[in-house]
Design a protein around this ligand. Structure first.
Ligand code: SF4
Length: 447
């Protein structure tokens, strides 16, 4: 009988990549994907707890499965991801006795060993399972994505050894562990064979790749290796940290045409005292200098950042430092968030969440409005310009793709543009996306 699996994924790109690998392993065991949770023989919940609201949602989701397990005792329920974390699940096991197996983030091992050996083994076997994942060094995409997936996420560093005071990730995903170059290259080769055109290398601090491997290659070296993988048209990476964005990485982006000139570089706040309290390890001026250096060496590149407003103790004047940085630097993207208490973080343990919610909201809106104006200006410069777009999918009848600088572009065409890199002419721009028309008919374009 053909057994079925269902995966529920919440959170970041790393979780999306992890779920893809779990799906790939289960299909290797002969399971097929079902979108109907009641039909599943194995249910995997890949959870995120970056904010309390995400943890509450995950808890609600897992407890909703208890009746299904009661009805079908053979059902296998796997709770995975940051809700479990690397420190195991003793507490969760007591609260969720109907869950069969608990898996740390990025580790399908416990589930695979339960399904293949009938019992959950420790990490060593997880190592065996990891080898199991890379079947003959090939990552076979889940059937549902084969031939459709244009852009794939490839984890290169798991965990994080930094200790930003607002962040739960190190305690959930553990210290940084870079993957062997060989594994990454094999995975990227197999993705290219399956029609993937773009890869995004993932790490909490991706520019620390290889720093935990003695004499290990760094990210710049890895980019040079992956640049030669046949079939991969575009390479992206996220998320970087200002302290590790070294000259050879900037040079690699400038020199390697398939490495896209788009950089995810969180600043988090503009005020130096707030940056110290966040334990970020750089100053506003150092961030400004880095952005200036990147723009000088890679003209036209785009830079995205992350900002937290209302961090404990943040005064109005300190917030205005953040406002001034964004206003001066005119970055291409700013992911904005309000500070929120997070059980298990240093900030929650040691700092008083004393910025009133209404002030947090007002500051967030101020940055939102500022950034929307900046984006409208930046995108307006592309009007009438020819840009190369890699098309990924169709949304409401229009093809959607991205430029090398990660701008979203929509095009109308009856042709199948999926996975094609095509020059288009920009005909309309807004803060969040652009509209364009094909510069030449697709069938005249050879890849
Ligand atoms: S660098 Fe800081 S914010 Fe990013 S994952 Fe590590 S601890 Fe969290």
């Amino acid at each position: 009988m053909n057994k079925k699996y269902h995966i529920w994924t919440e959170g970041c790109q790393m979780n999306v990549a992890d779920s893809q690998r779990v799906g790939s392993s289960l299909e290797h065991l002969g399971y097929t994907l079902t979108e109907t949770i009641e039909e599943a023989d194995v249910i995997v919940l890949n959870t995120c707890v970056v904010r309390q609201s995400a943890e509450d949602k995950a808890y609600g989701r897992v407890t909703s499965l208890a009746p299904l397990k009661k009805k079908n005792p053979n059902l296998v329920i796997n709770l995975m991801g940051c809700m479990v974390g690397v420190r195991g699940a003793e507490k969760l096991r007591e609260k969720l006795p109907f869950v069969d197996v608990f898996s740390p983030p990025s580790d399908p091992g416990p589930l695979i060993s339960l399904l293949t050996q009938g019992e959950v083994h420790s990490l060593e076997d997880a190592e065996t399972a990891r080898r199991f994942l890379l079947m003959d060094d090939e990552l076979i995409l889940p059937v549902a994505e084969q031939g459709k997936l244009v852009s794939a996420h490839v984890p290169i560093v798991y965990g994080c050894s930094h200790a930003c005071t607002f962040c739960i990730i190190p305690s959930k995903r553990g210290g940084e562990r870079s993957r062997p170059v060989g594994d990454i290259v094999s995975e990227v080769r197999s993705l290219a064979k399956q029609g993937v055109k773009e890869i995004t290398l993932l790490g909490q601090i991706v520019d620390r790749y290889g720093k935990d491997i003695p004499d290990g290659p760094n990210l710049a070296a890895l980019l040079h290796v992956l640049h030669e993988v046949e079939g991969i048209e575009r390479i992206r990476f996220l998320t970087s940290h200002p302290n590790y964005f070294e000259d050879d990485l900037i040079q690699a982006i400038a020199d390697l045409p398939r490495v896209m000139p788009h950089i995810e570089l969180p600043i988090q706040a503009g005020d130096d005292e707030v940056l110290v309290n966040m334990k970020r390890g750089y100053t506003q001026q150092q961030y400004r200098d880095l952005v200036a250096k990147i723009r000088e060496r890679i003209p036209g590149c785009s830079i995205a950042t992350d900002i937290i407003v209302g961090f404990p103790g943040e005064t109005e004047e300190q917030f205005m430092e953040t406002y001034r940085v964004l206003s001066d630097l005119k970055l291409d993207v700013a992911h904005l968030a309000r500070y929120s208490l997070r059980e298990g973080t240093v900030a929650t343990r040691r700092m008083d969440d004393n910025v009133p919610e209404e002030d947090k909201l007002r500051r967030l809106h101020m940055l939102d409005d500022l950034q929307e104006g900046i984006l409208a200006e930046i995108n307006k410069r592309h009007l009438g310009e020819k840009v190369e777009v890699l098309f990924e999918d169709k949304v409401k009848g229009r093809w959607r793709g991205r430029t090398p600088t990660n701008k979203i572009v929509f095009v109308e065409s009856d042709e199948d543009l999926r996975g094609k890199v095509i020059p288009v002419t920009v005909t309309w721009t807004g803060p969040w996306s652009m509209q364009a028309q094909l510069t030449k008919q697709p069938d005249l374009i050879s890849l």
